[in-house]
Design a protein around this ligand. Structure first.
Ligand SMILES: CC(=O)CC(=O)SCCNC(=O)CCNC(=O)[C@H](O)C(C)(C)COP(=O)(O)OP(=O)(O)OC[C@H]1O[C@@H](n2cnc3c(N)ncnc32)[C@H](O)[C@@H]1OP(=O)(O)O
Ligand SMILES: NC(=O)C1=CN([C@@H]2O[C@H](COP(=O)(O)OP(=O)(O)OC[C@H]3O[C@@H](n4cnc5c(N)ncnc54)[C@H](OP(=O)(O)O)[C@@H]3O)[C@@H](O)[C@H]2O)C=CC1
Length: 293
């Protein structure tokens, strides 16, 4: 039997949390966002408003549909506001210790029958599930960035995930008019197992001086028809997230071919995390992005 869901909680009001709230509300779910600070929540609501307005501007949505979606989204920095949720999707920072702390805080607040999902890009679903009070009701629902545009969602079961949970997650993805693929619970699943080593290799190509930022991105855009160059895409994903994923691949598969490029490590250590921090392989602080190497 499938669980009928109406109320979706989203933990982490960053770029992915905003996207998940956006598409869930458009599909008619009531959405409650939670993040640590009120500022984050206010920023997220403004971002969602802007992205919905863009869809109205290009004729993808009517004003009525935008208003209906906006009226379904609330946010707060009080975890107790997640108590009535049928499913909570955690989309906080890609750091296992952060996610564990969140589950320890959130699980006692949730209804016993509520599902808990993670949008992790790489971490073991089974290991994350084991830190919760409901491993059978826990799974990976991995959206792609930007969520309102990308059609794919990877569904990942942990060893304990039960069938009604999987079915409810699949029904939810279908209601969002997205396509689900099933990935096994291996480091970084399918998309990032393939995509992130390519991005890491592009950073090695830069590190070794084979080409400049501009040359590498132009080469892959015009030479391989990628919509974004790999360094532009790394900045878009977030360099902290890219590094975490490479570390999970390196540790989890114990193969030196996944060694994170030292230049990626250096950028993250500098706090140059890409678009979200204003600087990465490009500097976004002016009118147009300028390569940093
Ligand atoms: C790391 C992980 O765990 C997994 C991942 O997500 S990996 C990352 C996967 N994503 C990708 O590979 C994205 C690659 N890039 C692209 O596909 C395209 O460059 C892009 C869709 C992001 C932008 O496309 P574009 O043609 O350059 O820009 P543009 O024409 O302005 O936008 C196309 C659409 O995207 C929307 N869009 C662009 N950026 C957006 C954003 N950040 N948020 C919401 N919508 C956005 C635009 O509104 C537009 O929508 P419509 O088609 O409804 O008009
Ligand atoms: N970026 C991408 O392309 C994709 C990312 N993902 C995954 O989605 C998740 C989120 O990524 P993304 O949105 O890019 O990251 P962001 O850095 O944009 O957002 C993360 C958000 O989580 C918040 N946060 C951190 N700690 C807590 C906490 N204890 N409680 C509540 N909120 C917290 C952060 O707040 P603060 O900034 O104040 O710390 C921030 O608002 C990660 O697991 C990532 O791997 C999945 C697919 C694609």
């Amino acid at each position: 039997m499938s669980t009928v869901m109406k109320n979706i909680g989203v933990i982490g009001a960053g770029q992915m949390g905003c996207g998940i709230a956006h598409v869930s509300a458009l599909a008619g779910y009531k959405v409650q966002m939670y993040d640590l600070s009120k500022d984050r929540i206010e920023g997220a609501l403004a971002t969602i408003n802007g992205n919905l307005a863009r869809q109205v501007g290009n004729g993808k949505l009517s004003e009525k549909e935008r208003d209906a979606a906006l009226s379904l989204i609330s946010g707060s920095s009080d975890v107790n506001d997640l108590a009535a949720m049928d499913m909570v999707i955690e989309a906080a920072t890609e750091d296992e210790s952060v996610k564990r702390k969140i589950y320890a805080q959130v699980c006692p607040v949730l209804k016993p029958e509520a599902l808990l999902a993670t949008n992790t890009s790489s971490l073991s679903i089974t290991r994350l599930a084991s830190t919760t009070d409901r491993p059978e009701k826990f799974m990976g629902i991995h959206f792609m960035n930007p969520v309102p545009v990308m059609k794919l969602v990877e569904l990942v079961r942990g060893i304990a995930t039960d069938e009604p949970t999987f079915k409810a997650a699949k029904d939810y993805v279908t209601a969002l008019e997205k396509t689900a693929t099933v990935a096994e619970d291996f480091p970084a699943f399918i998309v990032n197992r393939i995509l992130l080593p390519m991005i890491n290799e592009a950073i090695y190509t830069l590190y070794e001086g084979v080409g400049s930022v501009e040359a590498i991105d132009t080469a892959m855009k015009l030479g391989a028809n990628h919509p974004m160059g790999p360094l532009q895409l790394a900045d878009f994903i977030g360099l902290d997230t890219c590094l975490s994923i490479m570390q999970v691949l390196h540790d989890g598969l114990a193969d030196s071919k996944y060694r994170p490029c030292p230049l990626l490590v250096k950028y993250v250590e500098a706090g140059w995390l890409g678009r979200k921090s204003g600087r990465g392989f490009y500097d976004y602080r002016g009118e147009t992005p300028v390569p940093t190497r």
